[in-house]
Design a protein around this ligand. Structure first.
Ligand code: PNS
Length: 167
């Protein structure tokens, strides 16, 4: 069996911090599936299909990586279905831990053969969160240091769409 992991998240948008975690996961696993899912606690800026497009564009150059969308259902069921041994999650700060702890134990309960692996990104990304990138970009700030150029383009486009709607 291939050493396969899934790397799930809302990725709204996919940031350089996410890419850093993915690169670390690729040092451990032969195959990593980036799984774009909905988080019922969050209202996304980009549709799941837009997130699929941007994430595929950013990660396309990495052998062993594929990008899939989880439209509905449980992540644990998806992990079982694709035969993933691990769920990769990036943790930046202590405050991430409580939520991650809960999710990892729940996923283990639902699918005992899967282990959640926490990876820390480079310290320069500890403050980079999709939520803050979205806010800054939608208010016209420069986020080019934090996202891939194609994500930047999609953010500019989204800002224009929003501005048009306000007219
Ligand atoms: O990037 P996020 O928002 O922290 O990712 C959370 C995500 C999408 C991984 C989580 O909400 C999820 O797994 N959603 C799929 C549905 C599911 O399985 N929910 C139960 C999680 S214990």
């Amino acid at each position: 069996m291939k050493n396969k992991a899934i790397y799930p998240g809302t990725f709204d948008p996919f940031t350089n911090g996410h890419l850093d975690v993915l690169e670390r996961a690729l040092n451990i696993f032969e195959e990593v599936i980036v799984v774009i899912a909905e988080n019922s606690q969050k209202h996304a800026l980009f549709s799941i299909d837009e997130r699929h497009v941007m994430t595929t564009e950013v990660t396309g150059v990495y052998p062993g990586v594929s990008v899939e969308v989880l439209h509905k259902g449980l992540l644990a069921d998806y992990a079982r279905q694709v035969g993933a041994r691990a769920i990769v999650r990036g943790v930046r700060q202590v405050k991430d831990f409580e939520y991650e702890f809960q999710m990892s134990l729940l996923n283990r309960q639902l699918y005992p053969d899967v282990t959640t692996v926490f990876l820390m990104p480079n310290v320069k990304y500890t403050y980079v969160a999709s939520s803050i990138i979205r806010e800054v970009a939608m208010l016209g700030g420069d986020v080019s240091k934090f996202v891939h150029p194609c994500v930047l383009d999609m953010m500019h486009q989204k800002r224009e769409e929003q501005n048009q709607q306000k007219l």
